[in-house]
Design a protein around this ligand. Structure first.
Ligand SMILES: [Zn+2]
Length: 706
């Protein structure tokens, strides 16, 4: 208990309670709070917030193992066989396994309360030979049926050790005689076999054939995997790692076993004597219901526990912002053009003005191009601020042209990663190499200060690089973990701690790096670059299973301001215009301005509500609909879009969350009139939404009547 002095008395009280209360009940969650009951005789922990209870034990043989997980809704997951499931799962060197088969002794444990509604249970174990120490951390938040966990290893020997395997997800569950479906969601990969936020549901084979998700930078999938049984009881796992990781789910029905396993490739991480290694953290969310329920449980937790807080509302500007980005001009930008667009943007109601790629002298020379900006970029920033907007710049900090001054110093020649990713002809820097990351931090801080930057659009090609160099400060076999944690992660943490007021947008490869580490560093992420209206809807639909809606921002390259176009970008995080605003007709300008006002009107509901995926995602020949629903206020908003769909003048909008006992007032962006419908009709038959023609989109506002 030495590490948690304040928790001592509370802990003793809880210990006393645990001994006196032999039966633990989840029957009264509102009164339960977060409790950790330790049975000293059997060395078992029952850790609960009333919605989810996790049980672990350190058995008489010294094996630390997962016992069971159960929810208030009555679902229960148990270890497949006693002793074969442990959150501890890593390896040192070739075969020194630290897992369910290793023996430990208990050093200390305790419950700490970082906030009024959250707790962290820490359990510290030494292996019996005292070569290393393992610290397990389990986090619970009141009102969330989610267990977050992490495992840390400390090297207690006199010489360095090397972590060669680490599994953030490692669960061996009994399959309960059930069958399971798995959902995974792609990120964006514009390659030969493209990935574009398809949400893929697969029934798990019973013969242990795994469903596999390959995630992280340059991976195919988001770091999320949800499983549901035939009774719609489910668990969703998320892992907090930007590097490559593979997670598999497999059922072996013959052995009644459901296995979740994971693997981090290219891991060879040195741990100096008395230093620590953190296995990437992960969480498991319990849900009951459809995939929207899985998404909602995940997203609420992400917003509560993980996500970078959204920028605070200032002068009527609330997040997510209506934004403008200069990519309408490609790199052909200059201060005169940008000033004219800034004036138009401000009149249109835009709140954030972003200067995309092309402002600097070259990639890697992060000073403004004096030919494009004779008055300096700061003058433009001041002008933009004077118009009441925030100022953002593109920054691809991991890229530098061969001619960039940074390479002129002979000792910097070796700063590149051994694999080059060729972002706009640049050389890729190795972010895990210590002098590189320090140089990047200095550049970032200078850019932020000199140009008075509020927002960084951070771009780059594969931000977790492969690098086999033995001349760098990372181990040549460790570039995946080192690149993610000591490279990208360290750089962002360092810059953000020095300049905390700046908000960051993730744009790796235009929609890659969709991870639960990313949400901790960025306030939003692009989903599928400027792929057009239909794809923007498709990506938003897919991304809003694992991620809160604010992590689906959309670049709008179309110049035709019609409802089909603007509504395709209306729903999600920041809406980013990528148009030459000075070329807009007066009519287009006025329509766009009204749509910006509409976006501001619904953004609070969209980002706080439960996302309802009411149809399959957008596709040619289809009508698609997505909604956000706030059950506290009984209000909702839906965007219904008819693509090049020959039939379908009427779409029946059903809201399964509506209260059958209530009435709702319904109005539309296009169709006139206000209508009252009973909740029962809204839930079952639905309400008619008129879509008179192809390439059409309607917004539906739903307000519960008190
Ligand atoms: Zn390197």
């Amino acid at each position: 208990m030495a590490s948690y002095p304040e928790a001592n008395s509370e802990y003793r009280l809880r210990l006393y309670l645990a001994i006196t209360l032999t039966v633990f009940s989840l029957a009264h969650p509102s009164q339960a709070g977060i409790t950790s009951h330790f049975d000293a005789e059997h060395q078992t922990w029952a850790y609960s917030n009333g919605l989810i209870e996790a049980r672990f034990e350190l058995n008489p043989a010294g094996l630390f193992r997962f016992v069971g997980l159960r929810t208030r809704a009555g679902a229960e997951w148990r270890s497949a066989f006693p002793g074969n499931s442990s959150p501890i799962c890593f390896r040192l060197g070739g075969k020194d396994r630290w897992d369910e088969s290793r023996t430990f002794r208990l050093v200390s444990h305790g419950l700490r309360r970082p906030g009024a509604d959250s707790a962290r249970l820490s359990i510290v174990l030494d292996d019996l030979r005292r070569t290393g120490q393992v610290t397990l951390e389990f986090d619970l938040y009141e009102g969330h049926p989610v267990l977050r966990y992490g495992v840390r290893y400390r090297n207690l020997t006199e010489s360095p050790t090397y972590v060669t395997r680490a599994a953030p997800v490692s669960w061996e569950l009994s399959d309960g005689g059930e069958r399971y479906r798995a959902m995974r969601v792609e990120q964006w990969m514009p390659v030969e076999d493209p990935a574009d936020f398809d949400a893929i549901v697969t029934t798990l084979a019973e013969d242990a054939t795994p469903v596999s998700v390959d995630t992280g930078a340059h991976g195919r999938y988001c770091t999320w995997l949800a499983l549901a049984d035939r009774q719609s009881r489910g668990l969703a796992w998320g892992w907090e790692f930007d590097g490559r990781a593979t997670v598999t789910a497999a059922q072996n029905a013959e052995w009644a076993r459901l296995s979740l396993q994971s693997h981090i490739p290219d891991l060879f991480h040195q741990v100096a004597p008395n230093a620590e290694f953190q296995v990437p953290r992960a969480f498991v969310a319990a849900f009951q219901g459809d995939w929207d329920a899985a998404a909602h449980a995940t997203q609420r937790f992400v917003e509560r526990a993980l996500a970078k807080p959204a920028p605070p509302a200032r002068n009527g500007k609330a997040f997510p912002y209506a934004a403008w980005d200069s990519w309408a001009y490609g790199q052909d930008i200059d201060e005169a053009k940008l000033r004219r667009n800034a004036e138009a943007a401000a009149r249109m109601g835009i709140e954030l003005f972003i200067v995309d790629l092309g402002w600097a002298r070259m990639l890697g020379d992060w000073r403004e191009d004096p030919k494009k900006f004779p008055s300096g970029l700061r003058a433009l920033s001041d002008y933009v601020h004077g118009l009441g907007m925030q100022f953002g710049v593109h920054f691809a900090f991991g890229e530098a042209m061969a001619e960039a001054p940074v390479f002129q110093s002979p000792s910097h020649q070796d700063w590149t990663s051994s694999v080059n990713y060729g972002y706009y002809g640049a050389r890729s820097l190795c972010l895990a190499h210590d002098p590189v990351r320090r140089w990047i931090v200095e550049q970032a801080v200078r850019i932020i200060d000199e140009y008075n930057v509020d927002w960084i659009l951070q771009d780059g090609e594969n931000m977790v690089r492969e690098c086999r160099k033995d001349t760098h400060t990372h181990h040549p076999g460790d570039s995946n973990y080192a690149g993610a944690v000591d490279g990208l992660g360290w750089i962002l943490r360092e810059i953000q701690s020095r300049r905390p007021h700046v908000a960051w947008e993730n744009c790796e490869n235009g929609g890659n790096l969709m991870t639960f580490q990313m949400v901790q560093n960025y306030v939003t992420s692009i989903v599928n670059d400027a792929s057009g209206a239909r794809d923007a809807r498709k990506a938003t639909s897919g991304a809003t299973f694992p991620f809160p809606a604010r992590y689906a921002d959309r670049y709008m390259p179309e110049d035709r301001m019609i409802p089909y176009v603007t509504r395709s970008y209306l729903f999600g995080g920041p809406w980013i215009f990528m148009n030459q605003l000075t070329q807009f007709s007066r009519e287009d300008f006025e329509f766009a301005s009204a749509e910006v006002a509409r976006f501001k009107d619904i953004r609070g509901l969209v980002t706080a509500g439960k996302i309802l995926h009411l149809t399959e995602p957008a596709a040619a020949g289809r009508t698609d609909a997505i909604a956000a629903w706030d059950s506290a206020t009984e209000t909702g908003v839906a965007v219904v879009t008819r693509d090049n769909t020959p039939h379908g003048d009427t779409f029946w909008l059903r809201i399964p969350e509506a209260d059958a006992e209530r009435s709702y007032r319904i109005r539309f962006a296009e169709a006139p009139g206000t209508f009252t419908y009973g909740g029962q009709q809204l839930r079952t038959q639905g309400v008619p939404v008129k879509l008179p023609g192809e390439w059409y989109s309607e917004v539906v506002y739903i307000d519960g009547i008190k």
